[in-house]
Structures are given as structure tokens and as C-alpha cells.
Ligand binder design. Structure first.
Ligand code: B12
Length: 489
């Protein structure tokens, strides 16, 4: 039994060893309370019986349950957990936090299975809440929360009470079984041997204004970071403690401050490998061979589109020419580049889509270390600039209750502006195998799977070249298999 129970729900994208990453959201929240409260973390993605674990964790001394969620399918699993908490302990406060509740605090707080919404960073606010609950004080005086009050919702404070990342304590890894989260890492190029990788975040927020992203609102475009020295020290500690080969930096934009990014790599100095998420224009302004010597093995930039017109529309502030140049520079190194594309933007034409497909093939063609993470459908996530455009110009009716957001996951393509659903569905699925590499690394140990995946990949590359985006029977089968394994690939 525990005084505090924190739940990380299934996301719907949970491939063990590949995308089941540390539940950093709830671990960060736990870091604020674990010194004074007996805390349990339940991760639905890895628990053999999360309901049983929840029953065992709840008791008379439990002060509240905290649940984290992003927008999309995760909300459905979060609600399932909240329902069980309500059934087992009807009066126990259920606190929701994370990106979705932060973006839509009022609507979230209106739901009967939500008692308190914590907006923004949870460490200090959640601590203030549980301190009040334990002391029997009125928690309604705590800042940066939303809750029901007399038939309406009261929101107080803001989501922008940020703490200095330099002061963040180390995550309480002892609350989980770390072996569930040590991934083999799809980012590695010639990984024949399984690699041990854990994520680490050294900076928060993003200074860029990309119109499809909710981060400008989540962070108010305020980018905050841990110093290079502390970052390298924490990452090294992680490597030593858990015998890792690599650390994957989940920072939204690792080179938001290039000098700092380079200093981190110099401090890592080749002692272990690291992977980053960053922009292509940054890669044109850093010394890639020296970063590679320091341990950089993989980068994951968002390309989004092969059409300059779309790049301008989504305020990416990058050009296709820059992408080509950065890809060529990357090709001269051994650094694996995993490119993310988006499609189905309001105003996107079939020609724009073809340009994205052509660019992806071209980049794969001239860089042996390049791969495609996927072609993802633009979803109007609340908080993004294009969300407002979708509502005002695209006739998009945003869901009016929490449940309505469950279906807004990565395969949602319900916008009235999406005129080529079939092509989007086709590209979304086949982009996973188009480089012939990524899935092979996960499933390729079986010789039959290896041969069929390779053949499948070559066949669809031909179709991409011919701009033949029909949703054929083999792709339907792939979609059915993904659905059967409950995977929203
Ligand atoms: C890792 C990650 C994932 C992982 C899942 C996480 C995991 N542990 O395995 C995977 C790959 C599965 C994933 C999936 C998706 N992701 Co993602 N992901 C991230 C990433 C890179 C890191 C998240 C993280 O751990 N942050 C660190 C923690 C400490 O921060 P935090 O989550 O914000 O938590 C703090 C507060 O929010 C709050 N808090 C959080 N939970 C709780 C709970 C309580 C009780 C309280 C009090 C407070 C609280 O306190 C925490 C500490 O301050 C972020 C980008 C980033 N750098 O943040 C995107 C991000 C969260 N993802 C995002 C998106 C868009 C998605 C997808 C929709 C992508 C897609 N197109 O499919 C899917 C959603 C899946 C679904 N069906 O719902 C968006 C958020 C969108 C949204 N509105 O929720 C982000 C911000 C990226 C972006 N800029 O667009 N993602």
C-alpha cells in the first residue's frame, strides 16, 4: 500500500524494447514527493496486471492518485484507471496532469473522473497538493490547478511556473523496474548486438514557432536547460548505474543552444554513445565529424515536408535546399539520420505530397545512413497555431469532452481539408518499411520475416517512385495486423 499512487497509461504505441520508454512524466512528479511519501508508480504498459497492482497499492493511507496523459489514445486508458480508482476508493482525489490536461485544463477538470488538474510542471504543484491533503488543509489554495467549483470549473495560476532545470533532482528510478525500459534502440545503424539505451531530458520547451506543434503554447516558447556540466554528469551516471551503451536525449531541440549542445558532447567525449532530436539547420552549423567522435550516433530531425510552400505555411523556417545539404553532410559521417515527415496539412496539395515522397526517396538514396521514421498525418492538437486555423478556416469541430480526444491519435485523418485519405493511409503505413531497415532491426532475426520485409520494402519503394498511393490489399493486411496487435504504428 502507498500514500501516493502515480499511473502512466498505455499510449497505444507501445512496442516493448522499442517505444516503451521510461514514464518520465510520473517519475518527475514522484521526484518531488518521494523523500516524504511512500510512492508507487504503476505503468499500464509493462504491468502484467495493472488492475491488481492498483488494488494492492490503494489503502486507507492513500492520499491521492495521480494520472498522466498526452492527447490521444492514452486518455482512454487513463480514464479506465480513473474509473477503477473511483470504484475502489470513491472519495479519493484523482489528480490529472501532463500535456493534454495542461492544454485543456477546464475541459479536463469538467470530467467526473477528474478532481484536480495540475497545469504545467508537476513537481512542486503536486507536492503542495499532497502536503495539503496530508495536513488536512484546503488544497484549493494551491496555485496552478483547475477543479470543479459550484457547477463550473475554477482555474487558478498558470502553466508557466517553471523551475530551473539545474535544480531538478535525479529521477527516482528505484520506483520502477528499469529493465522494462532499456530499449534496444531503433536509431542505431549497424546494431547487430542489442544496445542498452535509456532516455534523458536536459532541456525543456522549444523556442521555435512551428504551427503544427503544441510546444509553443506548452512552453510559451521559453526554452530552459540544465547546464552542459550537469547534463553530462547525470547522463554519465545513468550509463554507469544501469550499464548502458547509450543515452537518448528526448529534448525537443537538442541544439536550441548550439554552444551548450557541443559542450555536452565534448564532456561526454566518446565515453558512451548518444542520440538526439534536432533540426536540420542546426546540423549545418555544427561540426558533425567531431560530434561523431564524441559519441553522437543518431539524429532524429523533423523534415515534415518536401515542399517549400508547405514549410513556409507551417512556419518551419527551413528549406528543402537546407535539408538536402544537411543530408549530404550527414552522409559523409556514420551518424544515423532518422527523418520524420508529416502530411495532410490544411492547404496541402497532391503535388506537395509527391514532393515529400520524392524528397524522402532522394534522401534515402544519397545517404546510406538515412532512414524514415514515418509519414505522420497532421492532427490539429490543441494549442497549436494550425489548430486555430483548422477550427476557423477548416470547419474542424474540436471534441467537447475529454473522451472526444481519444480518437485524435496519429491515424486520425478526419479533417475536411484531407482530400486524399487513401494516399495518406497508404503512406502512413508503408513509410514504416520504406527504408527497408527500421523494422528489420526489430523483427529481422527471423529469416522468413527478413526476406518478406525486404521484398515488401523494395516493392513499395517502386510504388512510391511511381506515385502510386492506392490502398492495396497487402497494405490493408498490414493495417489489419497492426490493429490486431493493438499497435497504432
Ligand atoms: C517520449 C515521448 C513519447 C513516447 C511516450 C512516452 C514514454 N514514456 O514512453 C511515445 C513515443 C510513445 C510518444 C507518443 C506520442 N507523442 Co510524445 N513525446 C515524448 C517526448 C519526447 C518526451 C515526453 C516526456 O517524457 N517528457 C518529460 C516529462 C518530465 O515531461 P512531461 O511529460 O511534460 O511531464 C511534466 C508535466 O506535464 C507534468 N505532468 C505530467 N504528467 C503528470 C501527472 C500528474 C499527476 C501531475 C500532477 C503532473 C504531470 O509534470 C511533469 C514534470 O514536470 C515529448 C517531447 C518532450 N521533450 O517533452 C513528446 C510529446 C509529449 N509527444 C507528443 C505527441 C504529439 C505524441 C503523439 C501524439 C505523437 C503521434 N503523432 O503519435 C503520441 C501520442 C500517443 C497517444 N496515443 O496518446 C507531444 C504532446 C502532444 C499532446 N498534446 O499531448 C509532445 C510534447 C511532442 C511535441 N512537441 O509535439 N511520445
Amino acid at each position: 500500500m502507498a500514500e501516493i499512487v502515480l499511473i502512466y497509461p498505455i499510449t497505444g504505441l507501445d512496442l516493448k524494447g522499442v517505444s516503451v520508454w521510461l514514464p518520465m512524466s510520473v517519475l518527475a512528479v514522484a521526484s518531488g514527493v518521494v523523500d516524504s511519501y511512500d510512492t508507487a508508480v504503476i505503468d499500464q504498459r509493462v504491468a502484467a496486471d495493472w488492475r491488481g497492482d492498483l488494488r494492492a497499492a490503494l489503502g486507507p493511507e492513500t492520499l491521492c492518485v495521480g494520472i498522466s496523459t498526452m492527447t490521444g489514445a492514452q486518455i482512454g486508458h487513463a480514464l479506465e484507471a480513473a474509473r477503477l480508482v473511483r470504484e475502489l476508493c470513491p472519495g479519493l482525489p484523482i489528480v490529472w496532469g501532463g500535456n493534454h490536461p495542461t492544454l485543456l485544463p477546464e475541459q479536463t477538470a469538467r470530467h467526473p473522473l477528474v478532481d484536480i488538474v495540475v497545469m504545467g510542471e508537476g513537481e512542486r504543484t503536486f507536492r503542495a497538493l499532497v502536503d495539503a491533503l496530508r495536513a488536512g488543509r484546503d488544497w484549493r489554495s494551491v496555485a496552478d490547478i483547475a477543479y470543479k467549483s459550484g457547477g463550473s470549473v475554477r482555474t487558478q495560476g498558470s502553466p508557466y511556473s517553471f523551475a530551473d532545470p539545474e535544480m531538478f533532482s535525479e529521477l527516482p528510478y528505484h520506483l520502477i523496474n528499469i529493465e522494462h525500459y532499456i530499449n534496444s534502440g531503433l536509431g542505431f545503424g549497424s546494431a547487430t548486438r542489442a544496445k542498452r539505451i535509456l532516455p534523458f531530458i536536459s532541456s525543456f520547451g522549444c523556442p521555435h514557432p512551428c504551427a503544427f506543434c503544441c510546444q509553443p503554447v506548452l512552453s510559451g516558447r521559453r526554452w530552459r536547460c540544465m547546464s552542459a556540466a550537469k547534463t553530462a554528469e547525470r547522463a554519465s551516471h545513468l550509463v554507469e548505474r544501469f550499464g548502458l551503451d547509450a543515452v537518448e536525449f528526448f529534448d525537443e531541440e537538442f541544439f536550441a543552444d548550439r554552444k551548450r549542445g557541443v559542450e555536452i558532447s565534448e564532456r561526454i567525449a566518446g565515453r558512451f554513445s548518444f542520440l538526439i532530436q534536432t533540426r536540420m539547420d542546426d546540423l549545418l552549423n555544427v561540426d558533425l565529424p567531431s560530434l561523431e567522435r564524441s559519441g553522437l550516433v543518431a539524429v532524429q530531425p523533423g523534415i515534415e515536408s518536401g515542399s517549400d510552400r508547405i514549410l513556409e505555411l507551417i512556419r518551419k523556417h527551413e528549406t528543402v535546399a537546407q535539408y538536402r545539404r544537411a543530408n549530404r553532410t550527414l552522409a559523409g559521417t556514420g551518424i544515423r539520420a532518422t527523418y520524420n515527415f508529416m502530411m495532410g496539412f490544411p492547404g496541402e496539395t497532391h503535388e506537395d505530397l509527391q514532393q515529400s515522397v520524392d524528397l524522402a526517396l532522394e534522401m534515402l538514396g544519397c545517404n546510406a545512413h538515412a532512414q524514415v521514421a514515418g509519414f505522420y498525418v497532421f492532427v490539429p492538437y490543441p494549442g497549436s497555431e494550425l489548430f486555430d486555423a483548422a477550427v476557423h478556416e477548416g470547419g474542424f469541430h474540436p471534441p467537447e469532452c475529454l473522451e472526444g480526444w481519444i480518437s485524435m491519435s496519429r491515424h486520425w485523418a478526419g479533417g475536411s481539408w484531407v482530400y486524399n485519405q487513401e494516399a495518406l493511409k497508404y503512406l502512413s503505413l508503408t513509410s514504416k518499411i520504406i527504408d527497408g531497415e527500421r523494422l528489420l532491426r526489430s523483427f529481422g532475426r527471423n529469416p522468413l520475416a527478413r526476406t518478406s520485409l525486404s521484398a515488401f520494402s523494395r516493392w513499395h519503394r517502386r510504388r512510391w517512385r511511381a506515385h502510386d498511393f492506392r490502398f492495396s490489399w497487402d497494405v490493408r493486411l498490414m493495417a489489419a495486423l497492426a490493429r490486431a496487435s493493438s499497435l497504432a504504428i
